[in-house]
Design a protein around this ligand. Structure first.
Ligand SMILES: Nc1ncnc2c1ncn2[C@@H]1O[C@H](COP(=O)(O)OP(=O)(O)OP(=O)(O)O)[C@@H](O)[C@H]1O
Length: 876
């Protein structure tokens, strides 16, 4: 068939000679095909064989690629191709021409070779560009025929000539005849190539796998991947991005060392950034089981904004292949290849190997990281364990954030006692310096648990991560402030101690490990809880100390007079007065019935004064013979009066710089009263018979059981002396008026006498206490003291069960005063005599006095001897 001037004409039947030539060519070609080593050798030999019979310039074989309905050069006779010198030659060789244009459709439709004058068709719409390029290089006519394999078109033979007289009929016949053989030769070559490629891939993968098996570190992996991938055609670099712990972003894990460009800030930015997984590219790769080839330009036009895509465009990558790296069902990341063509199977093989190596390295890194993080947390917990105060905690937190986590503390807020407001507890006031808001201002703002961000954090289990860029899009006022830190995320966590919510912590960072974050927050929570508990304790302690001081002061007032027993109201008033006057030089008049403790009070006053280092001097005014009173008080010179053989220092002089206790002052004769008054007024004494006066510094305490006012009225006591003495009166209440002191006094005396006598008395029976409380105590404390002394002496048990309480009758009162005015020895003697009388003088044996007194007979004998009891006493 021949196409001339658009007319198809039937070709005449081939001649015998032509058939011969064809046979020869076929034979030669058959032999050639068996020898062909290089695929292009086939076309060279084919050209050579035919050229020995017919004229043409060159020939090529194109192959159909059914998937995209194109055909593309496959076998080229470079050597003879006139277009080799054409500047579009490279482009032609790699081009894919559409199967849908009329030119090639005519070829496909023809039953054999079909020829075209280039001039006629090259400028027709849709005509393939190689026609024109050939024409420009002098080619004028083309003969085309379809190569079929099992009836299916697989490619075309193109034969070109620079002459215009066309291809002869013989030539066409020959071509037609050898086409099937050429077709099967091409099919074999393709098959061979496929087998060869498979072999190459296998050995490549084997090599790659052994290289990658030796990889232990990220850096080794980067190099191995580079070496492996560089064997792929037209690779322009790669990058592997790993899915981050958040599961939502990917960051560069390794990159082709060949494309690293640290001088380019854009490259650095793209290499260090975290890209969201769902960006329209990465998610597609991760969802695809096969590698995906992207046209960079097309994706940009689709509106993908990812900065890495735009970077690729900028550096001239036209197509990129993204391959999912996974281990089992777990996605690890993406391998991005800058490559124009892909061999899917080979890539998948490579990626499988990379995935395994990467999974191992990542797992190792994870183990190492976990160990580091645990060691780090241990360190932090050691620091925290030392923390006792807020400044300690602040130091520990800032240390860990600055040195180890490269993060900043924006705020710790704690829930106040009202359970609602959240005042600032701790913050880094350098953080918002660039934001024009001082941290103090922020810290001073009132936040409650209902503030939306805070509420979200408090309600979360493990905290919330705020992506500052995202928050900015939402127009949050906080985000503007946060953005000023230059850090990417805010990690906000609730602080909890057990089930108790303490508050929130806000940290700024580009990235923080969840494990570490949770670890440090847990420890910070415990530390804050402890500090708060400690602060409460300290406040409580402080309060206790204040209370303690106050109590001590009180005790000082009330109980400083330690030897005085009784804390009832009446005695407290006494103590109060004593504490007012004790340290002064004021004259004190102690008033009270006999035995109420006047002398005790006087001694206590002296002992609490600055004069306590010197002995208190006591004068019993009642016990002195009238004629000796003056000499006793003021002293005398030798020979001052009959019997004054020596000079004598008087009590006033003796009490210089000390206290003079004038007991029973009411008994002082009037004459002595006036002398005393003079000394008190002058504060100087003159010894009897002496010529000079002696200055004395004496503090006076006087005591009496008389009513001095009455005495003054009766003219027995000088009024002026009374006024001198009655400067600071202290009234001691009788014991009957302070029943509440009776029990403490009982215990005090029981302990005292038990100790003195070596007896063990642990308790006093309630009955005894009751009896003693209801007695009227005319002899006051002294009477109680004596009664207990006797009872202890007579006690037969560890518990004081019985006491002798005088009857309250008038005669008893006399008896009582009789007893009271006797010494213990006298009372004891009288008691034993009484018992002996009742026993009719029988000392030992049944019914004897020893039995009644419950003492051994010998003891009673020696006691009687000691007390001088004779038969005359109990038989009289
Ligand atoms: N509150 C008390 N606590 C302990 N012992 C006390 C108390 N009051 C008095 N006494 C004791 O009672 C006894 C009598 O006390 P003191 O001699 O002081 O009384 P007085 O009032 O001076 O007696 P008088 O008027 O007879 O001189 C002393 O042994 C004293 O120690």
């Amino acid at each position: 068939m021949k196409m001339e001037n658009g007319q198809v004409t039937e070709l005449p039947v081939p001649s015998k000679a032509a058939l011969e030539q064809e046979r020869k060519i076929l034979l030669d070609l058959g032999n050639d095909i068996a020898r062909v080593r290089e695929k292009n050798d086939l076309i060279t030999l084919f050209s050579k064989r035919i050229k020995s019979f017919f004229y043409f310039t060159h020939t090529i074989v194109t192959l159909i690629e059914s998937k995209d309905e194109t055909y593309t050069p496959f076998l080229l006779d470079h050597e003879h191709s006139p277009i080799r010198d054409h500047n579009r030659y490279g482009e032609m060789v790699a081009a894919h021409f559409s199967l849908n244009d009329p030119f090639i459709q005519a070829v496909l439709a023809a039953d054999g070779p079909i020829s075209f004058l280039l001039e006629d068709i090259m400028d027709k719409p849709q005509s393939p560009s190689f026609l024109k390029v050939n024409y420009e290089r002098g080619v004028r006519e083309i003969l085309m025929t379809t190569l079929r394999n099992e009836e299916k078109p697989v490619g075309f033979i193109h034969i070109y000539t620079d002459r215009t007289e066309g291809f002869s009929l013989e030539f066409r016949d020959t071509i037609k005849g050898i086409t099937p053989q050429l077709a099967s030769a091409v099919a074999n070559i393709i098959k061979n190539e496929e087998i060869l490629n498979k072999e190459r891939e296998k050995s490549f993968l084997l090599e790659f796998s052994s290289e990658i098996a030796a990889v232990r570190t990220k850096e080794d992996l980067a190099l191995a991947v580079h070496t492996g991938l560089s064997k792929l055609n037209a690779l322009r670099g790669y990058v592997i991005r790993k899915i981050n712990e958040d599961g939502e972003t990917l960051s560069t894990y390794i990159y082709d060392p060949g494309i690293a460009n640290f001088d380019d800030p854009e490259w650095v930015a793209v290499t260090t950034a975290r890209f969201p997984l769902y960006d329209g590219l990465q998610n597609r790769v991760l969802e695809s089981y096969i590698p995906l080839l992207f046209s960079v330009e097309r994706e940009v036009q689709r509106g993908i904004t990812s900065s890495y895509l735009h970077y690729w465009k900028k550096v001239g990558y036209r197509t990129m292949v993204g391959i999912r790296l996974h281990y089992g069902i777990t996605n690890l990341g993406i391998l991005w290849l800058g490559i124009e063509e892909i061999n899917i199977q080979l890539l998948q093989g490579i990626c499988f190997q990379i995935s395994v190596a990467m999974a191992n390295i990542v797992a190792n890194e994870q183990v190492e990281k976990t160990q580091q993080e645990q060691a780090f947390l241990l360190d932090f917990s050691n620091d925290i364990a030392q923390v006792k105060t807020k400044p300690d905690l602040e130091a520990a937190i800032f240390k860990v954030l600055d040195n180890a986590l490269h993060s900043k503390l924006s705020m710790i807020r704690l829930i106040a006692d009202d359970g609602v407001s959240m005042p600032a507890y701790m913050f880094d006031n350098t953080l918002f310096v660039n934001a024009g808001v001082t941290h103090e201002q922020m810290a001073a703002s009132v936040i409650t648990i209902e503030e939306p961000y805070t509420a979200k954090v408090l309600a979360s289990k493990d905290g919330v991560v705020f992506d500052i860029a995202e928050e900015l899009k939402g127009g949050s006022a906080y985000a503007k402030l946060w953005a000023a830190t230059g850090l990417k995320y805010v990690y906000a966590l609730p602080l909890r101690a057990g089930n108790k919510l303490l508050g929130t912590i806000w940290l700024h960072s580009d990235w923080l490990s969840q494990l570490v974050l949770r670890g440090i927050c847990a420890q910070i929570s415990v530390a804050i809880d402890n500090i708060q508990a400690n602060e409460k304790l300290l406040a409580y302690k402080k309060q206790l100390e204040v209370e303690n001081d106050y109590l001590k002061e009180q005790i000082k007032t009330i109980y400083n007079f330690s030897e005085i027993v009784g804390s009832g109201e009446a005695m407290q008033e006494v103590y109060r007065l004593m504490s007012i006057v004790a340290s002064t030089n004021t004259t004190v008049l102690v008033l009270g019935e006999t035995g109420t403790g006047k002398e005790l009070i006087a001694r206590a006053l002296h002992n609490s004064s600055s004069r306590k280092d010197k002995l208190m001097v006591k004068v019993n005014c009642a016990a002195l013979p009238t004629n000796l009173i003056e000499s006793e008080l003021f002293g005398h010179e030798r020979g001052a009066f009959t019997g004054a053989l020596d000079r004598r220092i008087g009590k006033f002089e003796l009490a210089n710089h000390s206290t003079l206790f004038l007991d029973e002052i009411g008994e002082l004769p009037l004459e002595a009263q006036s002398k005393l008054l003079r000394v008190i007024q002058e504060r100087e004494v003159e010894r009897l018979g002496g010529k000079q006066t002696i200055k004395v510094d004496v503090r006076l305490i006087a005591a009496t059981n008389r009513n001095l006012e009455e005495e003054v009225k009766a003219g027995r006591f000088r009024a002026d002396l009374y006024f001198r003495l009655n400067v600071f009166p202290i009234n001691l209440p009788p014991l009957r008026d302070r029943a509440e002191d009776i029990e403490p006094l009982i215990h005090f005396f029981v302990a005292k006498f038990a100790k003195n006598t070596g007896r063990k008395i642990r308790k006093v029976s309630p009955k005894v206490i009751q009896q003693l409380r209801s007695y009227t105590w005319p002899g006051n404390v002294r009477e109680l003291e004596h009664l207990i002394e006797r009872s202890v002496l007579l006690a037969t048990d560890e518990v004081l069960q019985d006491v002798y309480i005088p009857k309250q009758s008038t005669s008893d009162k006399q008896d009582l005063s009789f007893i009271l005015n006797r010494t213990l020895e006298e009372v004891e003697r009288g008691y034993i005599v009484e018992v002996l009388k009742r026993c009719a003088g029988k000392i030992s044996g049944p019914g004897g006095a020893a039995e009644i007194l419950d003492v051994p007979g010998n003891t009673l004998h020696s006691k009687m001897k000691k007390l001088g009891i004779t038969k005359a006493d109990y038989f009289s």
